[in-house]
Design a binder for this molecule. Structure first.
Ligand code: SAM
Length: 262
């Protein structure tokens, strides 16, 4: 950070899963009060969902909106990351760092909640790494002033839409990013009472095959674009197997009823 200038604040703002009315007052206030928005998008020529949601509640016309690209690739923690993904994080971090150094506050709207499979923590981590690299040893304690504004998660919106709880009583709930062809999924499905499968869109046929094998297909419901235009609810998930699902698709599985059903 430049000497003598008060650095700006970074706000990681959860904007909820799509229905703009699910944005919190705090998210709306922070976005209203922040002039620079750095918004994530997956494709260079695509739209930013976070921006679409945010701008339904806060006028983005008067804002400086800087789009940054986070390619949609698998990320495994503790392993080397795809160079394209890393480049995306670094380019975004450089943009944010430059604005903070100028004393400008920056908002980073993100889908759902920032703490749940969101790009925002990759950005924050990259920012902190860059800051450490750019500082002298004695300044290493300096941190970026950051505030994280929680948001309604997609799974909460899906649960509300279905009138079905995520977890209840002694339920063990697992949340899984189903994009991974991971042997753990079978064990998780066996051991959990309720499972939320996110990022399920391209994996649905394989997931249905596994659920069929475990006798769980009829316990699963799929929600596509929950709370958004074009929302679809599949209570028979087999009917979705041959569909080209939107990335915003979540599968909820609950094994138990509240009372013993006779
Ligand atoms: C990168 S994760 C982001 C999760 C988000 N941070 C949250 O708190 O829910 C993207 C996944 O969230 C789920 N998702 C997001 N919005 C959704 C919606 N409106 N309807 C259904 N699923 C949604 C889908 O499973 C999608 O693949």
């Amino acid at each position: 950070m430049k000497q003598g200038k008060q650095q700006g604040h970074l706000y990681l703002v959860g904007v909820g899963p799509g229905d703009p009315e699910l944005m919190t007052y705090k998210a709306v206030r922070v976005l209203e009060q922040t002039q620079v928005w750095v918004v994530p998008k997956a494709k260079a020529n695509g739209a930013s969902s976070a921006l679409e949601i945010a701008s339904a509640m806060v006028d983005a016309v008067a804002k400086e909106v800087l789009e940054v690209r986070f390619p949609m690739k698998k990320i495994r923690l503790g392993q080397d990351h795809d160079p394209e993904v890393q480049q995306g994080w670094q380019e975004a971090a450089k943009i944010v760092l430059a604005r903070l150094a100028q004393g400008e506050d920056v908002a980073f709207p993100t889908l759902g909640d920032p703490g749940l499979y969101s790009t925002s923590f990759y950005l924050l981590n990259t920012l902190e790494e860059m800051l450490v690299q750019s500082q002298h040893k004695q300044q290493r304690q300096q941190r970026i002033p950051v505030a994280i504004i929680p948001g309604v998660t997609a799974m909460s919106a899906c649960s509300a839409q279905l009138h079905d709880p995520l977890g209840l009583g002694d339920d063990v709930l697992s949340v899984v990013p189903a994009a991974f062809d991971d042997v753990r999924l079978r064990d998780i499905l066996l051991q959990s009472d309720a499972v939320v499968l996110m990022k399920v869109f391209r994996r649905l046929p394989a997931v249905i095959a596994l659920l069929d094998e475990l006798g769980l297909t009829d316990k699963a419901v799929l929600l596509e674009r929950c709370g958004m235009d074009g929302q679809r609810v599949y209570t028979d998930i087999r009917k979705a197997a041959d569909k080209e699902l939107h990335y915003f698709s979540t599968l909820l599985i609950r094994k138990k009823q509240i009372s013993k059903v006779v």
